[in-house]
Design a protein around this ligand. Structure first.
Ligand code: SAH
Length: 216
């Protein structure tokens, strides 16, 4: 398929999967129109890259459904110059969407093979404001903290304490929190040192595995 065809399919994705479900932030919609999602999925499923579902990316992990990427990004209320921490790089697709909308993106992945692949892909496409780090993201990234925004793209039993500490006053964290196989999307805003939380949609993510997440 040609680049122009993918562009048309992305427009269709925006018009059939995102706008009807309530995604309104024009900057988010434009980022979803722009980022080449098909380059972040394995070649054998490239034809399904823009389908309304999560897809396998190897190592038992998944790239989230386009709608889930869009709603999580919209909830972050990005204006353009924020410093964002993502836990769970996976394919690197969410990081690319964030890179279109924020200043600097720090993204942590615990599986080195996925981190390597994502880093190479992001470089190849030309995202020079994304920094991929291999480590246990539940501990955050002290050396680059504090962050304006934090997004966890794996299912957390609860919000990891170190991440809340590394969030700026007035900052926003978005994460799926709950049971191992079903979660609620939570948005928390740090106000006077405490997190004020809102609950959004039900969702299912692969587990956040680490010191402040699920055990192995
Ligand atoms: N945002 C990704 C999808 C994430 S899937 C994308 O756009 O493709 C969840 C990812 O979180 C997986 O790659 C998994 O390995 C990773 N992960 C799970 N626990 C983690 C931890 N403690 N630290 C960093 N990454 C973690």
């Amino acid at each position: 398929m040609e680049t122009a065809d993918y562009k048309r399919i992305r427009e269709l994705m925006v018009e059939t999967q995102l706008i009807p479900r309530g995604i309104k932030d024009v900057r988010v919609l434009n980022a979803m129109r722009k980022v080449p999602r098909h380059l972040f999925v394995p070649e054998y499923i490239r034809h399904s890259a823009y389908d309304d579902m999560a897809l396998p990316i190897g190592e038992d992990q998944t790239i989230s459904q386009p709608y889930m990427v869009a709603i999580m990004t919209e909830l972050l209320e990005l204006k353009g110059d924020e410093s964002v921490l993502e836990i769970g790089t996976g394919s690197g697709y969410q990081a690319a969407v964030l890179a279109e909308l924020a200043g600097e993106v720090y993204t942590i992945e615990r599986i080195p093979e996925l981190a390597d692949r994502a880093q190479r892909k992001l470089e190849e496409i030309g995202y020079d404001n994304v920094h991929v780090v291999v480590s246990d993201g539940t501990k955050g990234l002290e050396e680059s903290a504090p962050f304006d925004r934090i997004i966890i793209t794996a299912a957390a039993p609860k919000l990891p304490e170190p991440l809340i500490n590394q969030l700026k006053e007035g900052g926003i964290v978005v994460a799926p929190v709950g049971e191992r196989f079903s979660q609620m999307l939570i948005k928390g805003r740090k106000e006077k040192g405490v997190l004020v939380e809102e609950y959004h949609t039900a969702c299912v993510f692969v587990p956040l595995v680490g010191e402040y997440g699920w055990k192995g």
